[in-house]
Design a protein around this ligand. Structure first.
Ligand code: SF4
Ligand code: SF4
Ligand code: SF4
Length: 421
C-alpha cells in the first residue's frame, strides 16, 4: 500500500472524506451488499431509532463465513485493510476501530487442529496473526478473534475485510477490478469482478453448486458474478457428491463457530444437525423435512447475526432445491451418490430363523415383522442398519450383505416351510 492515512486525510474534514466515499464506487462486500453510503445510512438509522451515536467501526469476515477465503486479502496486504478501516473511522468521527480474525487465528489457538486444516494452514494463521499485531497497534486498531459480537457492537458500522481494502484503494487510484475467488477449495485467484461463475468454474459435470450459503442448481450458479459470491467460495458438487452429507458437514462447522447466545441459533443448529445426520445415516423420517423447515424459518427471523440466519438458509435451500435427493435418502434409504449410509442390506435367513420374535422386540425402527413360529422378515426400506437385531438373534439368522439378497419369503411362512425356488 503506497498511500498513507496522513496523505488521505491531509487538509480534509471527516465530512469531506465521507462525501468522497459516498460518491465512490465502493460497495459493502458480502451478505450485506450495498453502496457504502447506503450501508452507513442503515447503521445510522439503527442508532437514530435507539437515540444513540455510531460507536465505532469493525472490519471482519461475515460471521457466517467458515471457509475464510477472503482472509487471503488480509494476508496479502494487511496495511491496506487497516488503512481502509482508519479512513472510514475518520470519516465517521470515531477512533474506535476493531479488526476481527476467526477464532482459529487467535495466537493461543493456532495449532493444526484449531486452524482446522493442516500444519501448513496453522503456520499461515500464526504468521498472519503475528504480522498483524504490530501493524494494528500502530494504527490504533484493536485486534480481536472470533465472530463479531453483534450485541456488544450493535451500534458500530460493520464492514467486510474486502470493503476495507476497497476503501483504501478508492483513495489510492481506484478500487481493484478483481476479487478473490476460490473454486473447490483451491488457492484463491484474482478474477474479474463481473466475470460469471459459469466462466470461472467447470460446471459441465455439476449436479449442484454450494455458493452464497446456498445449494443452487448449476444453471442458477452460472449467472452469479464473482463480486456477488458472498465469501469468495464456489464448491461444485458432482454425481459423486451428496448434498445431504455436504450440508451436514457445513452445519457442524457453523455450530462450532456459533457463540450460542441466541436460543434459535443454539438449539436450531443442534436440531438441524441431528436431523441431517439421521438422514445421512438412513434413519431420516419424512417429518424431518417439515420440522427442519419450521426451525430454519424461525432461525432466519430470530437469530441476531448472519451465522444463524445463513445456516438456516443453507439447510432450507438444500432441502428445497434437491428435494429428490433428500427424498431418496429418507424414503428409499439410498444415497444416490453412494456417500451416505452403508449399501448393506439386513435379512433373515429363512433356514435359520426359529420364529422366536426376539429380533422384533429390539428393532427401534419397527421394521421386523412376523409371528411366533413363523419366519420373521425385515422391511429393508424401514431398516436403519442399526444392527440391534443381529445382537438379539441367538440363532445367527440375521445376516448383512452388500451384494444381492438371496431369495426370501415375501409372505408369512411357517418355520421350516420355506423353499427357495
Ligand atoms: S446468530 Fe448464532 S452466532 Fe450469531 S449471535 Fe446469535 S447465537 Fe451467536
Ligand atoms: S431373533 Fe432370530 S430366530 Fe428369532 S425370530 Fe428373529 S431372526 Fe428369527
Ligand atoms: S438393523 Fe435390525 S434392528 Fe436395526 S433397524 Fe434394521 S431390522 Fe431393525
Amino acid at each position: 500500500m503506497s498511500t498513507t492515512f496522513e496523505q488521505v486525510t491531509a487538509g480534509k474534514t471527516p465530512a469531506q472524506v465521507l462525501e468522497a466515499l459516498e460518491a465512490s464506487e465502493v460497495r459493502e462486500y458480502g451478505i450485506y451488499a450495498d453502496r457504502i453510503g447506503g450501508h452507513i445510512a442503515k447503521a445510522r438509522q439503527l442508532c437514530g431509532e435507539d437515540g444513540t451515536e455510531i460507536s465505532g467501526v469493525t472490519a471482519a469476515l461475515n460471521n457466517a463465513d467458515t471457509d475464510y477465503v477472503q482472509l487471503s486479502l488480509l494476508a496479502e496486504d494487511p496495511a491496506k485493510v487497516l488503512l481502509g478501516l482508519r479512513i472510514l473511522a475518520f470519516a465517521l468521527g470515531t477512533d474506535c476501530m476493531t479488526l476481527y480474525l476467526p477464532a482459529a487465528f487467535a495466537p493461543a489457538a493456532v495449532t493444526a487442529q484449531a486452524a482446522g486444516t493442516s500444519p501448513a494452514a496453522a503456520g499461515k494463521a500464526a504468521e498472519l496473526a503475528s504480522r498483524l499485531q504490530p501493524l494494528a497497534e500502530e494504527a490504533g486498531v484493536a485486534l480481536k478473534t472470533g465472530i463479531v459480537d453483534m450485541r456488544a457492537e450493535r451500534y458500530a458500522v460493520h464492514i467486510h475485510i474486502v470493503t476495507a481494502a476497497d476503501i483504501a484503494d478508492c483513495f489510492d487510484g481506484g478500487i481493484s477490478d478483481t476479487v478473490l475467488l476460490s473454486v473447490n477449495g483451491q488457492e484463491p485467484q484474482k478474477v474479474a469482478r463481473k466475470a460469471a461463475v459459469g466462466e470461472l468454474a467447470d460446471l459441465a459435470k455439476a449436479k449442484a453448486v454450494y455458493m452464497n450459503y446456498r445449494y443452487m442448481t448449476p444453471e442458477e450458479a452460472a449467472k452469479v458474478t464473482a463480486d456477488s459470491v458472498m465469501n469468495g467460495l464456489v464448491t461444485v458438487l458432482t454425481g459423486s457428491d451428496c448434498v445431504v452429507a455436504d450440508c451436514e458437514k457445513r452445519l457442524l462447522a457453523d455450530r462450532a463457530q456459533s457463540c450460542g447466545k441466541c436460543v434459535f441459533c443454539r438449539e436450531g443448529l443442534i436440531q438441524l444437525g441431528y436431523m441431517q445426520k439421521e438422514i445421512t445415516q438412513g434413519r431420516g423420517k419424512p417429518e424431518y423435512l417439515d420440522l427442519s423447515r419450521e426451525i430454519g424459518e424461525a432461525m432466519c427471523v430470530s437469530d441476531l447475526c448472519s451465522l444463524g440466519q445463513e445456516t438456516a438458509k443453507k439447510a432450507l435451500s438444500g432441502m428445497e432445491t434437491f428435494a429428490a435427493e433428500y427424498g431418496e435418502h429418507i424414503r428409499k434409504k439410498n444415497c444416490p451418490a453412494g456417500v451416505c449410509m452403508s449399501k448393506e442390506h439386513y435379512y433373515i435367513d429363512p433356514k435359520l430363523c426359529t420364529g422366536c420374535g426376539d429380533c422384533e422386540d429390539v428393532c427401534p425402527a419397527d421394521s421386523i415383522e412376523g409371528r411366533p413360529q413363523y419366519i420373521y422378515m425385515i422391511d429393508d426400506l424401514g431398516c436403519t442398519r442399526c444392527g440391534k437385531c443381529i445382537e438379539a438373534c441367538g440363532e445367527q439368522a440375521i445376516q448383512k450383505t452388500a451384494g444381492r439378497l438371496p431369495k426370501l419369503p415375501d409372505r408369512l411362512t411357517r418355520v421350516g416351510r420355506f423353499h427357495a425356488r
